[in-house]
Design a protein around this ligand. Structure first.
Ligand code: NAD
Ligand code: MG
Length: 396
């Protein structure tokens, strides 16, 4: 009998979290759900606890956790409910957990990711902001803990799927990589007309249904900027070895260009359950629930360059990677604040980029290369304060 992989899903109530549970439900013989976490949405997490009956649940918002605990008791469920951000850290490193799906949105997920890395877990990383903030320290924790880091972002999963299992060969093999981007909902709109777009328009992505923060990031292409930084760390590349091309059909999920100019691409219907299933089953392959790709009914696959005038935020990725250590954490913090302000109706869509660029310029970090992750989290807080001040001056 094979033993089942014991899972902790951080951010279980979100888009990636629910897609993960959808894949897991197809393979009861392979996976056991040990812990599910959410932030503040009690009804969603309670429904998951009813279905999965895990040993543990946690909510980072303590008041929500108290309410969930009350309802769990009332429903007679077996789950122990923990509370606060520290509970997520404890569950990510728990001895009865083999694999951690990191599907929290934002830098808030970094402490739990670090804990999973240091505890040597199999770490399925959707939470790209954690790696953008953690950078070298995150990767050092993975090595120190002997963790297995598996990318869930579809582009990074594509690159990973195009590479051999032996990481030692990657540097010799890769000339550069090309991340594909859909271009989001505003790819063909006049950039001058974007000042007035609403949050709902920005979140209406043509090819993917996702959480609101990443949907706004896709519309500005800051999502791709974060992914360039993420790829730099996952695959140990120089900034100029990471390139981006717009591919509106989202069928080719990314490409590796080898030294000999052979190009390897990974394709499939746009469905996050494919990279999630691969992360869960690697190196094996399991059913994901995704639709088959029908080559005979595909639209033409097209590729175009991202224009700086339309997507200026994308280019901040390389600026930040070449800037002083910690610059990518500053960029991420600014963007989280700017997106929250946009979703709240406090900031115009075009002003997201202005806020990010101005914050990056106002706060060149002075961190040494060995700075601990606590210093990066302090820098994250400092950058948020600077960004909020910048945003106040840009307010509608
Ligand atoms: P989402 O908003 O749908 O879900 C976010 C989850 O994080 C929820 O469970 C929420 O409760 C939890 N959360 C939010 N704030 C928290 C906090 N402060 N502390 C603890 N938990 C918190 O987001 P999503 O679309 O599922 O994205 C999750 C991550 O995966 C993001 O980093 C995103 O960039 C990445 N990602 C998502 C997709 C996608 O298709 N949705 C694709 C690639 C990468
Ligand atoms: Mg992606």
């Amino acid at each position: 009998m094979t033993t089942r992989q014991r899972l902790c899903i951080l951010g279980a109530t979100g888009s990636i979290g629910t897609s993960t549970l959808d894949v897991v439900a197809r393979h009861p013989d392979r996976f056991e759900v040990v812990a599910l976490t959410g932030h503040a949405r009690v009804p969603e997490l309670l429904a998951q606890l009813r279905q999965w009956q895990p040993r543990f649940a946690a909510m980072s918002d303590p008041a929500a956790a108290a309410e969930l605990r009350r309802q769990v008791r009332e429903a007679g469920l077996p789950t122990e409910v923990l509370e606060g951000p520290q509970a997520l850290v404890e569950l990510a490193a728990h001895e009865d957990v083999d694999s951690v799906m990191a599907a929290i949105v934002g830098a808030a997920g970094l402490p739990a990711c670090m804990a999973a890395a240091l505890a040597g877990k199999r770490l399925l990383l959707a939470n790209k902001e954690a790696l953008v903030v953690g950078g070298a320290q995150f990767m050092a924790a993975v090595r120190q803990g002997g963790a297995q880091l598996l990318p869930i972002d579809s582009e990074h999963s594509a690159i990973f799927q195009c590479l051999p299992e032996d990481r030692g060969t990657w540097a010799q093999r890769i000339d550069h990589i090309v991340l594909t981007a859909s271009g989001g909902p505003f790819r063909q709109r006049d950039p001058a007309s974007l000042a007035d777009v609403t949050p709902d328009q920005a979140c209406a992505h043509p090819n993917w249904v996702m959480g609101r923060k990443i949907s706004v990031d896709s519309a500005t292409m800051m999502n791709k900027a974060l992914e360039v930084i993420e790829a730099r760390w996952l695959f140990d590349l120089q900034p100029e070895q990471v390139q981006v091309v717009i591919h509106p059909q989202s069928i080719v999920h990314s490409m590796v260009v080898c030294r000999d100019q052979s190009v390897l691409a990974q394709m499939g219907t746009p469905d996050m359950r494919v990279p999630i299933a691969y992360g869960l089953s690697f190196p094996a392959r399991i059913a994901s629930g995704a639709q088959a790709l029908n080559f005979l009914s595909l639209p033409p696959l097209t590729f175009e360059a991202p224009e700086r005038s339309r997507f200026p935020g994308l280019f901040l990725a390389w600026d930040a990677l070449r800037g002083p250590h910690g610059s990518t954490a500053v960029l991420n913090a600014a963007n989280e604040e700017a997106v929250a302000a946009f979703l709240d109706g406090r900031l115009g869509f075009n002003a997201i980029h202005q806020a990010n660029a101005a914050t990056l310029e106002a706060l060149p970090p002075k961190l040494d290369l060995q700075a601990p992750v606590e210093a990066l989290l302090a820098l994250d807080q400092e950058a948020r304060a600077v960004a909020r001040a910048v945003i106040a001056t840009l307010q509608r």
